[in-house]
Design a protein around this ligand. Structure first.
Ligand SMILES: [Zn+2]
Length: 249
């Protein structure tokens, strides 16, 4: 009732098509949600290409990415609003939507803890929140798996990632995460994560350089298992991976 009244005074609109949202819709209208084209990794199928491309550097257990981030597609507004336009609720909302299907596919089986990819402190201060935390809270709400954003910290970027080639990105993120001291040599049993299965949650996978570096940092914990879940994967990534493995088409 209250939502209906607030909606009447301050109408909310779908971030994809601009249509007015009903009181029960959040960020995206029902029609756009039905039409949303999922990435080929949305079901987190075992041994999918996203998972396999990361095996070169890390033994990843499972990997999934929900939607495609495409510069020419209005669905990217969801990601842009989440990252740059002070709309943290989008992360939570889509985090819940993508988790429902993945939970049905047993993607979360055996996962003990969710670790969102941290952002540098100056960005956090400016933005007021970490978008990956918001996605992680949505995932946690559906799965019941706890979130811990305090295990790794991120140093400042050497240069901004946006304009870099895949190889430059890889180089730029090297050494940019740090496992907090209390998890390196845990004195408190609650900080002992040895043998745990951690799900790294990210907003957009562009080259996998960031999630892999994050995973490498977590790999200092003995016997750790890692999986990856991203809200989106860039269209460029999919195109590049296909080009690199044409025989699989
Ligand atoms: Zn819409």
């Amino acid at each position: 009732m209250l939502t209906a009244l607030i909606d009447f005074i301050f109408p909310r609109h779908c971030r994809v098509c601009g249509k007015r949202l009903t009181p029960t819709e959040k960020s995206i209208c029902g029609g756009c949600l039905v039409d949303l084209i999922l990435s080929e990794f949305a079901e987190g199928e075992t041994g999918n290409r996203l998972e396999r491309t990361m095996w070169k550097r890390l033994p990843i257990e499972r990997a999934a990415a929900f939607m495609i981030y495409d510069h020419e597609d209005s669905y990217r507004n969801l990601v842009l609003d989440l990252k740059y336009h002070n709309q943290p609720a989008i992360g939570y909302h889509i985090g819940r939507i993508m988790s429902r299907q993945l939970a049905d596919n047993h993607f979360f089986d055996g996962i003990d803890l969710i670790v969102p990819v941290p952002i540098p402190r100056d960005k956090l201060r400016k933005r007021g929140y970490n978008q990956s935390d918001q996605i992680a809270y949505g995932v946690s709400q559906i799965t019941g798996i706890p979130v811990n954003s305090g295990i790794i910290k991120r140093k400042q970027y050497k240069t901004s990632q946006t304009q870099l080639t895949p190889n430059q990105r890889q180089e730029n993120v090297k050494g940019s995460f740090e496992l907090k001291a209390k998890y390196v040599k845990p004195k408190n049993p609650s900080c002992d994560l040895s043998g745990k299965h951690i799900l790294i949650v990210d907003d957009v996978i562009t080259t996998t350089a960031t999630v892999q570096e994050c995973g490498k940092t977590l790999s200092q914990i003995p016997g750790i298992k890692l999986s990856v879940l991203s809200l989106a994967v860039s269209k460029n990534y999919i195109t590049n991976v296909r080009k690199a493995n044409p025989s699989e088409e």
